[in-house]
Structure formats: C-alpha cells, structure tokens
Design a protein around this ligand. Sequence first.
Ligand code: GTP
Ligand code: MG
Length: 206
Amino acid sequence: FFARPWVFIRGVPAMKFLPPEGPPEVAFAGRSNVGKSSLINGIVGQKGLARTSNTPGRTQELNYFVPDGFSGEAGDLPPVAMVDMPGYGYAQAPKEQVDAWTKLVFDYLRGRATLKRVFVLIDARHGIKKNDADVMTLLDKAAVSYQIVLTKADKISALALPKLEAATREAIRKRPAAYPAIIATSSEKGFGIEEVQSAIAGFAEV
Ligand code: GTP
Ligand code: MG
C-alpha cells in the first residue's frame, strides 16, 4: 500500500472532529519543524501530500492520510492511517493557539484506542529536549507504544550519528513504552525511510 497513492481525508482541529475509531493508526509527534510532514511525504513518495514549511507551526490540525481506493465504509476500511500532528514547543505562535494544539496532541495521544504506534521524531542535531521527554512520559503513563525516529540525519557527521544513537538508546532504556530500536532518517536524502515503512506495515490490517 505504500506503492499506491495516499490521500488526505480529514483535518481535525479538536477532539470532537476525530473520525470514528476504525483502521489502525500511527502518528507522528515531535517539536515544530523537526520534519514530521516531510517524513510522511517520504514514506509515501509524494512530495506535496503533507504540507511542509521552513517556518515552524505549519501543521495546525491532526491530519489523516490513508491509501487511496477505500470507501471508509464498514468492510472497506483502509489497512492503516497515518496521522500528522502539530508540532510542540513552538514559541512564536499566540499562546492560546499553542495551548490548544498541545492539548489536542496530548488528548489524542492519550485517548485513542486504535493508535498503535507513535513515532517520536527527534532532530539529530539537537537530541531529546525537555518537551520530547514530557511526551514520552505521557506515552509511558498511557501505555502507548512509541518509537524514536531521528530526523535530518544528513545534517550531522557520520561519526556523530552512532554516538547520538547510543545516547538516545540509553535515554529510553528504562522507559516502559519505548520500542528499543531507533531509526535514523533523512527525508532529504531518503535514508531510513524503508525502516519506518516496515514498522508501519507491521500494524496494517490487510
Ligand atoms: P510543523 O508542522 O511546523 O510542526 O513542522 P514539521 O515537523 O512537519 O516539519 P516539516 O516537515 O514541515 O519540515 C521542516 C523543515 O525541515 C522543512 O524546511 C524541511 O524541508 C526540512 N527538513 C525536513 N526533513 C529534513 C531532512 O531529513 N533533512 C533536511 N536537511 N531537512 C529536512
Ligand atoms: Mg508539519
């Protein structure tokens, strides 16, 4: 299903607009500008599917993407859905807006029975920050499985990358809901994408 085109089905500005729980979902969380939307585009091989930007705060709703060709009616559900999320930690937007996004993201992450895995994206240049740790703690408490994806790995040296991977592995070792394997990616250069695809494929119901 990564070979077929994917489509945007819904933007969710608040919990009450979530689609009814249906197909397994995987979600992409991370600080503003970390590369969530770019990674989704890399996964499906469609540059413009999720909107990306140099300016943090691009994605403002929970955006649902599914493979094309399913009606969504009972018996014809897509095998999996990907959910792009607003970034956290973006200080430039008005406070009420940031609070609303953060609440939406946190409520969704905590309360969605069909959410199978959260990819927590970490910029390879910056490592895990306090708000990333806060999100991981929330997921640990809610017992929602998550996996670290390092992004923009093209921006650090070939020597720095294994060191960062080792430090990250150590940082999550005692976290109960963290999946131990870490994936290093570059949406720019296209590496690591297949590993994310196979992780997602493992949750699909086909
Ligand atoms: P918000 O929606 O604002 O939270 O951002 P986001 O996490 O969706 O980030 P987005 O995908 O919009 O990417 C932000 C910027 O980082 C864009 O300018 C991308 O081109 C750039 N970018 C994303 N992934 C990579 C990568 O792997 N390598 C490099 N060099 N740049 C990247
Ligand atoms: Mg985005």
